[in-house]
Design a protein around this ligand. Structure first.
Ligand SMILES: Cc1ncc(COP(=O)(O)O)c(C=O)c1O
Length: 376
C-alpha cells in the first residue's frame, strides 16, 4: 500500500540518515511569520529531497494557512458547523445537494469506506494493474477477492476487460489520472463503461489528480452522478490544494449511496483545522491555478532534460511521472536514496519504471543531477 510503503521508506530513511536529518527534510515548505507568508524553503538545500508521495511542494493557499491560524481557539469544539460549511461550499461548486457529499479523513478514508460498504466475501473488487493499491488493500482485509486487470499498452484502464469482470464484483475502482502511471483513461471510454456496468456493481472513480490534467480528452465524472446511482467520485485536498498532512477529502454520489458509505464511518472524522483550511482553499481558485501552472512548467523542464538523457517516460497528466529506466529499477531507487533523493517505490508490474513527483524546479534540478550520476 502506497502510504504504508511511504511510511516504511520514511522509517528506513530515518535509519539511514538519522532522525534529525530526516525531520529537516520534512520541514514544511511554507510558513507564516508576522508579515504573512515566507517564501518556500528550497528543497535542494535540504538534506533529502522527497519526491515519493506526489505532494504539492508549494503548500496550501495562504488563505488556508490564515484560516487555520485564526481557528486555533476553536480546537475545543466538535466540528459540526465547519463540516456543514464545507459541505455547503462543495455542493455549490459541484451543483449537487448536500446529501450527495461525504467528507473524509483524506480521500483515503473514502476509498476505505467504499471497500467496506461494497466489497466482502462473494462481492469482489476489480482494479487496474498497476493502480493505487489502497482500495485493494482494504477489500482484501474484508476478505473480498481482488481482480487486477492490466492497463492497456498505452496505460489506459482496459475498461472492456474490467467490464467483463464487473458482473460478479461489488466494486470497480477507476483511478483517473491513474497512480502510478500518471496516465489518463479518455472520457468517452469512461462514459461508455459507466453506461454498461450492472447497477448492482458500484464504480469508484478516483479523481485525486483531477486539477493537474490539461488534456481535452478528460473530464470529471461528477456531473454523471445524477445519472448513475452506483457511481462514487472521490476527490482530495491533498494534491493541488497542498493539504496532504491535514487529511481532508470527499466524495460525491447519490444520497442513498452516501448513506451506505457513512454507515461505516467514524463520526466527525475530519478535524476542524482541515475543514477551515479546505473551505478557504476552495475560495482561492488562483492558488489552484498557480499550482497547476507551476507543475506544468516544471514538468516540461524535466521532460526536456529526460529527452536529452535519452530516457523515455509515460506522458504525464498529473504531478508525477513514470520514467522508463530500461533496467530493473530497484537498485536505482537505492542509489537515488543514497544521493539524497527519495523517489517513488518499486511497482512490480512496471519493474523498469521510476516514479518521481514533480517538485519545485530546485527539487528537480537536484533530482536530475542525481539521476545523471546514477545512470552514468
Ligand atoms: C490516486 C490516489 N487516491 C487517493 C490518495 C489518497 O490521498 P489522501 O488520502 O491524502 O486524500 C492518493 C495519495 O497519494 C492517490 O494517489
Amino acid at each position: 500500500m502506497e502510504r504504508e510503503a511511504n511510511m516504511l521508506s520514511r522509517r528506513r530513511f530515518t535509519q539511514i540518515l538519522g532522525a534529525g536529518t530526516a525531520l529537516a527534510a520534512l520541514r514544511p515548505p511554507l510558513s507564516l511569520n508576522a508579515r504573512g507568508l515566507r517564501p518556500p524553503v528550497t528543497r535542494a538545500a535540504a538534506a533529502v529531497v522527497r519526491l515519493s508521495s506526489n505532494e504539492n511542494p508549494y503548500g496550501p493557499s495562504p488563505a488556508a494557512l490564515r484560516a487555520m491560524t485564526e481557528s486555533f481557539s476553536l480546537a475545543w469544539r466538535y466540528p459540526d458547523e465547519h463540516q456543514d460549511a464545507l459541505v455547503a461550499e462543495l455542493s455549490k461548486l459541484h451543483g449537487v445537494g448536500g446529501d450527495q457529499i461525504l467528507l473524509g479523513d483524506g480521500s483515503g478514508e473514502i476509498l476505505k469506506l467504499s471497500a467496506a460498504a461494497f466489497t466482502g466475501p462473494g462481492r469482489g473488487l476489480v482494479v487496474a494493474d498497476p493502480t493505487f493499491e489502497a482500495v485493494a488493500h482494504h477489500a482484501r482485509t474484508g476478505h473480498a477477492e481482488v481482480t487486477a486487470v492490466r492497463l492497456t499498452p498505452d496505460y489506459r484502464h482496459d475498461l472492456s476487460k474490467m467490464l467483463g469482470a464487473a458482473g460478479s464484483a461489488g466494486l470497480v475502482y477507476v483511478c483517473n489520472p491513474n497512480n502510478p502511471t500518471a496516465s489518463l483513461t479518455p472520457k468517452g471510454e469512461v462514459h461508455a463503461f459507466l453506461s454498461k456496468v450492472p447497477r448492482e456493481t458500484f464504480v469508484l472513480v478516483d479523481e485525486a489528480y483531477y486539477h493537474y490534467v490539461e488534456s481535452g480528452d478528460y473530464e470529471s465524472v461528477i456531473p454523471l452522478v445524477q445519472d448513475y446511482p452506483n457511481l462514487i467520485v472521490a476527490r482530495t485536498f491533498s494534491k493541488v490544494y497542498g493539504m496532504a498532512g491535514l487529511r481532508c477529502g470527499y466524495c460525491v454520489a447519490q444520497g442513498p449511496t452516501i448513506e451506505r458509505l457513512r454507515a461505516h464511518q467514524s463520526w466527525d472524522s475530519v478535524n476542524i483545522m482541515a475543514l477551515v483550511a479546505a473551505l478557504a482553499s476552495l475560495r482561492d481558485p488562483a492558488h489552484v491555478e498557480q499550482g497547476r501552472r507551476l507543475n506544468g512548467e516544471v514538468k516540461k523542464y524535466v521532460c526536456a532534460e529526460l529527452d536529452k538523457l535519452g530516457l523515455s517516460y509515460i506522458p504525464s497528466a498529473a504531478n508525477f511521472m513514470m520514467i522508463d529506466m530500461r533496467r530493473e529499477v530497484r537498485p536505482l531507487l537505492e542509489a537515488m536514496r543514497r544521493a539524497g533523493i527519495e523517489v517513488g517505490r518499486f511497482f512490480p508490474s512496471l519493474p523498469n519504471h521510476m516514479r518521481v513527483t514533480v517538485g519545485t524546479r530546485g527539487d528537480m534540478q537536484a533530482f536530475l543531477a542525481a539521476l545523471r550520476q546514477v545512470v552514468a
